[in-house]
Each structure stands twice: as structure tokens, then as C-alpha cells.
Ligand binder design. Structure first.
Ligand code: AHM
Length: 338
């Protein structure tokens, strides 16, 4: 959609998507995220010069994965911004085993919770490939002095906002507050995000599928058969499809959102729930893609209907253009997905 007026993210939300006094706290929270994202973008730009590239030696996260120095830098920046902003009572972060409750007086009376992957795709940092931040905003079940882990265990359909920031050739903040999807691009000179993509709609079909095909023989038969189907020659349906896999969820989803496509992170013989985390990867991405007209499933049910049991729970995910998700669903239903 054509953009008529040059608006910052803040002005646009205030004027359009989140007008009215009752939304002020949510707008302020999204501003806290934007502030940290800007700082992360700066850190990433100068990481090679500042010697912040590479692993934090010997440190593994709650999933047993190597932690990068920049994972910690990004995590700290988001925590600081969200805590100081006072618009959120606590967070679940990929980089923290337990929930982090903010104990200052302002945060305690806040209505919101945030689940965040501060730096997604961080294995790609060392080679200058796009990485991102993914976040989900939830309403607290009750606003009281205490926040509990279980407060975060809400189905994805209850998210009030979700977004990602892709740090690529430009820095783009993609956001939904449940009224469609918009994107804001960072102007590096004035360090402000401006509305750049209004009311994004994902193409109904695409010709690209995105999967770590190196795991082919690890996948359930139904997923293997779908991949073989994508590779077959079939002029009428535009096959063979092209395989595109960056290995950064934000980059693979961003391409699918704008160009159409299907992103797959399946379960496999060695990972019975896949790799991606429900609360701060699958849920926010599914909310965004559904708001843009796409679909997202875990192979059995809609991602946004999955009831989380633990804060770092993983889930398989098949997400993207609606026709492509419907097509893979036929494979998942007709053949073994066990
Ligand atoms: P991370 O949070 O440790 O960076 O892992 C998440 C990333 C996703 O961005 C990406 O889709 C996936 O891991 C790639 O995993 P794989 O290397 O197994 O294909």
C-alpha cells in the first residue's frame, strides 16, 4: 500500500493503529522495544571493530546452545530498556532460564508481559548474515504486586502485539497489534523508524520453500514427501519450487511475508519438538503471518491454539502463504507425522 505521509512508528500507532488513551501504555512499551532495537542495530554494525563477534567461551544457554557475545549484549539492552520503561512487569527471554520479574514500583503495576528472543539467528552473526529480534506482548491475567511464571503460559491467540526487527541491509521493525501488519524502516541518519510498508498482505501462494534440507532423512515421512513434491517438475503449479534457507528465522520469514513462501522447521528423529521456541519465536511469527493473511501450524493444530506448558517449550512449525500451508497440511494429514 502506498504511504502518503512520512510518519514515525510512534506517530503512526498513536494516530492509527492504537489511537485512544487506553493504548498509551502499550505504545510506550513498543517504544521501549524500538529504543533497544536501535541500540542493537548500532552494536551489530560495529561488532567486528568492537571485538564483540564470536562465542562467549564456555557459555551455553538453557537449550544447550553456544551463546554469542552479542546474544548477551542484545539481551541486556532489551532488559534495561523494558525495565527502565516501566511498561512491562516481567519478561521471558531465550537467554534466561527463568522468568525475569521487574521489581520496581512502576513495572509492578504494568498490564503487560514480554516474551523475547533478543538475537535470533545469532550463529549467523560472524558471517554478516541478517539476524533479528522476535517478541510477543501478553496481557497479565491480573495486575497485582506479584507476577508468576504461569502468567506467561497463555495461548498465542491472546497476544496483544507481536513483532520482529530484522537487522539486514536495512533495519526493519515489523509489527502487528492485531489490526494487520505494518513495517517501519530505520533511517540511519536521524535514527528513527518510519512507516515504510503499510498493511502487508502475504501472497496467497509462493514458489519458495525454506527448510534445513540437510536434515531430510531425519524428518517424518510426510515432510520428506512434501519436499520431494516441491522438487518435482509440474508446469501448471510452477514447480519445481526454489529452496531458500538463510538459517535466520527472521530473514526466512521476512522473505516469505513479502514474496510468498513456506517456512518449515519440522520435528525430526533427534528433536521430537523441533528447535524453535513457542513463546518467543513460533507464537509471535504466527500472529504476524496470520494477521497478514497467512497460516501457521505445528503439523497437528494451529500454532496460536497451542497451550504452553513451560516457558521455553519448543514446537515444530509450518508457516507462510495460506495455499502452501494448506498443501503441506495434506501431506501431514495423509502420511505419518510421528
Ligand atoms: P537461535 O535462537 O539460537 O539463533 O536459533 C534459532 C535459529 C532460527 O533463526 C533458525 O530458523 C534456526 O535456528 C536454524 O536452525 P538450523 O541451523 O538447525 O537450521
Amino acid at each position: 500500500m502506498k504511504i502518503k505521509e512520512k510518519l514515525t512508528a510512534y506517530q503512526y500507532l498513536l494516530k492509527d493503529k492504537l489511537s485512544g488513551d487506553k493504548n498509551r501504555e502499550l505504545i510506550a512499551l513498543l517504544k521501549d522495544i524500538k529504543l533497544a532495537a536501535r541500540q542493537v542495530a548500532k552494536e551489530l554494525n560495529s561488532a567486528t571493530l568492537n571485538n564483540t563477534i564470536g562465542d562467549l567461551s564456555g557459555k551455553k544457554n538453557t537449550h544447550g546452545e553456544e551463546v554469542k557475545k552479542l546474544d548477551i549484549v542484545a539481551n541486556n539492552l532489551f532488559i534495561k530498556s523494558l525495565e527502565n520503561g516501566g511498561n512491562c512487569a516481567g519478561i521471558v527471554s531465550e537467554e534466561k532460564d527463568k522468568v525475569l520479574i521487574f521489581n520496581n514500583e512502576v513495572s509492578r503495576s504494568s498490564k503487560y508481559l514480554v516474551c523475547i528472543d533478543p538475537l535470533d539467528g545469532s550463529t549467523n552473526i560472524d558471517v554478516n548474515v541478517p539476524v533479528g529480534t522476535i517478541f510477543s506482548v501478553l496481557k497479565r491475567p491480573t495486575v497485582s504486586d506479584k507476577t508468576f511464571s504461569k502468567d506467561f503460559l497463555q495461548v498465542g491467540s491472546r497476544q496483544v502485539a507481536a513483532g520482529y526487527i530484522i537487522y539486514g541491509s536495512s533495519t526493519i521493525y515489523v509489527l502487528t497489534v492485531g489490526k494487520g501488519v505494518d513495517a517501519f524502516t530505520l533511517d540511519p541518519v536521524v535514527q528513527e523508524f518510519y512507516l515504510s510498508h503499510k498493511d502487508i498482505k502475504i501472497p496467497k501462494k509462493g514458489r519458495m520453500y525454506s527448510v534445513n534440507q540437510g536434515n531430510f532423512y531425519e524428518f517424518p515421512l510426510s515432510v520428506q514427501e512434501y519436499i520431494r513434491w516441491c522438487e518435482q517438475n509440474h508446469e501448471k503449479s510452477g514447480r519445481p519450487y526454489s529452496l531458500r534457507y538463510v538459517g535466520s528465522m527472521v530473514a526466512d520469514i521476512h522473505r516469505s511475508l513479502l514474496k510468498g513462501g513456506l517456512f518449515i522447521y519440522s520435528k525430526s528423529k533427534s528433536a521430537s519438538s523441533g528447535k524453535l521456541r513457542l513463546l518467543y519465536e513460533c507464537n509471535p511469527m504466527s500472529f504476524i503471518i496470520e494477521q497478514a493473511g497467512g497460516l501457521a501450524t505445528d503439523g497437528k493444530k494451529r500454532i496460536l491454539d497451542v497451550v504452553p506448558k513451560t516457558i521455553h517449550q519448543k514446537s515444530p512449525i509450518f508457516i507462510g502463504s495460506p495455499e502452501m500451508v494448506k498443501q503441506i497440511n495434506k501431506f501431514l494429514k495423509s502420511r505419518l507425522f510421528n
